[in-house]
Design a binder for this molecule. Structure first.
Ligand code: TUI
Length: 312
């Protein structure tokens, strides 16, 4: 099956280990992405809602940390998506992952630039469509993930996507340690994408209060806001999610709910407002117990996975 954790994904991307760091909004900047790529995974800069020039600067900073491949996550709902889509070409980024939409309109230009294209999908239908449009791989992301989520669980989504496409599949959502990685391989995935575990990396710039909230989180501490307007977001429970869900249940308008979360992710990540801010994290937050360097995290994940899969 797999030898030394080499798969079609490690070959395609030219990386040592089949571990991709999620391109988390505000959190996944040059320091985190650079450290993950340096440690042998694929570091991914989160494009989120940032302007193209900010992303250019982050790519260049990450390049100073490592000469290994770097990815950028292009968040398709961003007002700056067109700019970011150009910047990744100009800066010769090796890999683009996309989220929260259908990246088809950008794929031809990215392909011509030699960029490996890996859309995040939350359904079999989109996975098949992405394969037809020329995606190099897909990330099948289950609802256990933090941030903007789909409905299907990782356990059900990954094998169905694996059966439906012939390009390699990367599993995401609910993977927190080597047991999760080994399980993902059993489901047919050839790599994993992990976000929450890297939130508490030493190299991650996110505020100490945010990291502490993740480390203290228990198994059922996340809540999903925004289901009523079709943009469900998983985050850790706090005063804001309680007010939000109460308002949502009493039929508040999209505008009123938006107002409650204006700038709230930034406030949590940068200022440490974990009461009224948005503390996005996946359901594995309850498994995250300490701050470690990216090198330590990746080495621990690799040794746990190899032991479980009985490979050297
Ligand atoms: O994109 C994510 N996770 C994110 S994006 C984000 S930024 C944000 N902040 C506040 C509110 C909303 C977003 C935070 N977390 N994950 C990838 C992902 N993509 N999950 C689900 C999807 C998805 C869902 C539907 C992809 C495509 C899709 O349908 C596309 C279509 O047009 O059929």
């Amino acid at each position: 099956m797999i030898k030394d954790l080499n798969t079609r994904i490690t070959q395609l991307l030219g990386i040592r280990y089949p571990i991709i760091q999620g391109g988390m909004a505000w959190v996944a900047e040059a320091n985190l992405a650079g450290a993950v790529s340096k440690a042998g995974g694929l570091g991914v800069i989160g494009g989120a809602n940032a302007p193209g020039e900010v992303i250019r600067e982050q790519i260049r900073k990450a390049r100073e940390i490592t000469s290994n491949p770097i990815g950028v996550n292009v968040m398709l709902m961003s007002p700056h998506v067109e700019d970011v889509a150009k910047v990744v070409i100009e800066e010769k980024v090796e890999v683009v992952t996309t989220g929260a939409g259908n990246p088809e309109k950008f794929m031809k230009a990215w392909k011509e630039a030699g960029i490996k294209i890996i859309p995040v999908v939350a359904s079999v239908a989109l996975a098949k469509r992405m394969e037809r449009s020329g995606a190099d791989a897909v990330i099948a992301e289950g609802t256990e993930s933090g941030g903007h989520i789909g409905e299907a669980t990782t356990m059900t989504l990954v094998p169905q996507v694996v059966d439906a496409v012939s390009i390699p599949v990367i599993a995401a959502g609910g993977i927190g340690d080597g047991r999760g990685i080994a399980a993902a391989f059993m489901l047919g995935a050839e790599a994993v994408q992990m976000g929450t575990r890297f939130l508490v990396a030493e190299e991650c710039i996110c505020h100490a209060n945010y990291k502490e909230r993740v480390i203290k989180a228990k198994d059922i501490d996340s809540a999903v806001t925004g289901r009523s307007h079709g943009h469900p977001v998983r985050q850790l429970r706090n005063q804001m999610t309680r007010e939000y869900i109460e308002k949502e249940n009493s039929g508040a308008s999209f505008e009123e709910l938006e107002y409650l979360t204006l700038g709230s992710l930034r406030n949590a990540v940068m200022d440490g407002d974990v009461k009224m801010g948005t503390v996005m994290a996946g359901q594995i937050a309850g498994m995250v117990s300490k701050e470690q360097t990216c090198e330590e995290i990746i080495q621990e994940l690799v040794s746990q996975t190899k032991e479980l899969l009985k490979i050297n």
